[in-house]
Design a protein around this ligand. Structure first.
Ligand code: PLP
Length: 446
């Protein structure tokens, strides 16, 4: 009967399942590699092969696969209170989680709005900025500044911020609402320009935009502290803090999109302050908050912003924004248990092994195909180039990432191919010897 064996399952998916990012000719007709099981840092595919989960699913399975305590807490919460309307009621897990997240967030970011993932978190942060400026009587201050290479989601407004090549070729955006700045990628800085000088130029570009457009029209600046899907771009030293200062000077809200960098990826619950000395007005998060066991995201919001609204002439204005699954009790219960795991040693472990992770991958730079290996914490990118003199990716076979992924899968490792780049962000539970296995396979695959 249909559904019994692996082949039939592939057929079912091909007939009925639409997966993210298909090309038009394959929409609804392309089933990608099916996974059947996971344990720790490993997943097992439909052919029974055990693979290291190099990207931790989609940068999210931070605590690793098949954790009994996460499964138990989900089941227990479902039997206790499976759902409540966030419009009219609250629940215990969301109240406790909010307090614990506020304790970890930079000073003053003491409120949380929960969403269903990262896109809805970004969307919420932006809608809050729009609402706040309406209430404060400055309806023109709504433009959003993002960066080339950034990724913030797949809902209309969040997707409009994306600055990755190809994301806009065939898709519509909120035209006129977004300004995109240069990607702060030191590897791609102009020839002959030092990193400090490059940083100065990036900050000057933002200052010029503010002067030209007018601070009275710009509502928010949004940045991933480390651009994730853009290729793990670690910005030049001081860049984030200087951009933040410009925002403060011009009353522009700084939104740190920590959908990837939070919950241990960089060794801390939130990376903004601990890693970059940054104090944003809002932090968006998702993914690792539940280690991917339940779709949950959220926005940390500075209490100061609520105070300003309360003092305004329109303190009775309504923030008409809510999701049926905001503050979901099961999601928040899993997030609490996941925080226990992180605080109970996993953050320390992630910090302990990150040096070994970075140096093992950095060693791949001796391969002629590898232009640069970069990263921080437990996220890294291996960027392939046609040659090491031009560092040009464009004359390369643009499917090189996919080809490396195919070879690596044969050898026991899943990588996340992004055109000419391979992005690695394994579960934080990975041991040093498993990191060695990963680097060995990657070397052979490349
Ligand atoms: N922001 C960042 C930095 C992301 O990497 C992603 C997803 O990869 C998102 C937002 C969107 O999150 P989601 O896919 O959960 O909607």
């Amino acid at each position: 009967a249909i559904g019994d064996g692996p082949d039939e399952l592939t057929l079912l998916a091909e007939r009925h399942l639409v997966q993210p990012w298909p090309v038009s000719g394959s929409i609804g007709a392309e089933a990608r590699g099916r996974l059947e099981a996971g344990e720790g840092i490993y997943v097992t595919d439909a052919a029974g092969r055990r693979l290291i989960d190099g990207p931790a699913g989609m940068w999210c399975v931070n605590a690793g696969h098949r954790r009994q305590e996460l499964a138990d807490v989900m089941a227990a919460q479902a039997m206790e209170l499976s759902y409540n309307s966030p419009w009219y009621t609250t629940n215990a897990p969301s109240a406790v989680l909010s307090k614990r997240l506020a304790d970890h967030a930079p000073d003053g970011l003491d409120h949380v709005f929960y969403t269903t993932g990262g896109s809805s978190a970004v969307e919420t942060a932006l809608r809050f900025m729009q609402f706040a400026n309406n209430v404060k009587g400055r309806p023109d201050k709504k433009l959003i500044v993002s960066r080339q290479g950034g990724y913030h989601g797949s809902t209309y407004l969040s997707a409009s911020l994306n600055g990755r090549p190809r994301d806009h070729d065939w898709m519509d955006s909120a035209e006129g609402l977004v300004i995109k700045l240069t990607c702060p990628n030191p590897f791609r800085r102009p020839e002959g320009v030092g990193e400090a000088e490059f940083c100065d130029a990036l900050v000057a570009e933002f200052r010029d935009v503010i002067e030209k457009v007018g601070a009275g029209r710009i509502g928010a600046f949004i940045a991933e502290p480390i651009m994730a899907s853009g290729g793990v771009i670690v910005p030049p030293e001081g860049y984030l803090v200087r951009m933040r200062e410009l925002c403060r000077e011009h009353d522009i809200l700084f939104i740190a999109d920590e959908v990837v960098t939070a919950f241990g990826r960089l060794g801390h619950v939130f990376a903004s302050q601990e890693v970059f000395g940054l104090d944003p007005d809002m932090i968006t998060f998702a993914k690792g908050v539940t280690s991917g066991y339940f779709p949950l995201g959220g926005v940390m919001i500075a209490g100061r912003l609520f105070e300003e609204l309360r003092r305004s002439n329109h303190s009775d204005a309504m923030f008409a924004h809510g999701l049926t699954y905001s503050s979901h009790p099961i999601g928040c219960a899993v997030a609490l248990k996941n925080l226990d795991i992180l605080e109970g040693g996993l953050l320390d472990h992630a910090r302990d092994v990150s040096g070994h992770f970075q140096s093992s991958l950095k060693a791949l730079e001796d391969l002629p195909l590898v232009g640069e290996v970069r990263g921080l914490g437990l996220m890294a990118c291996v960027e392939c180039v046609a040659d090491r003199v031009s560092n040009n990716p464009l004359t390369l076979d643009l499917e090189v990432g996919k080809r490396i992924d195919t070879h690596c899968q044969e050898l026991g490792l899943l990588v996340r191919p992004l055109i000419n780049m391979c992005v690695m962000s394994p579960p934080l539970t990975i041991s040093k010897s498993q990191i060695d296995d990963m680097a060995t396979i990657l070397r052979r695959g490349i």
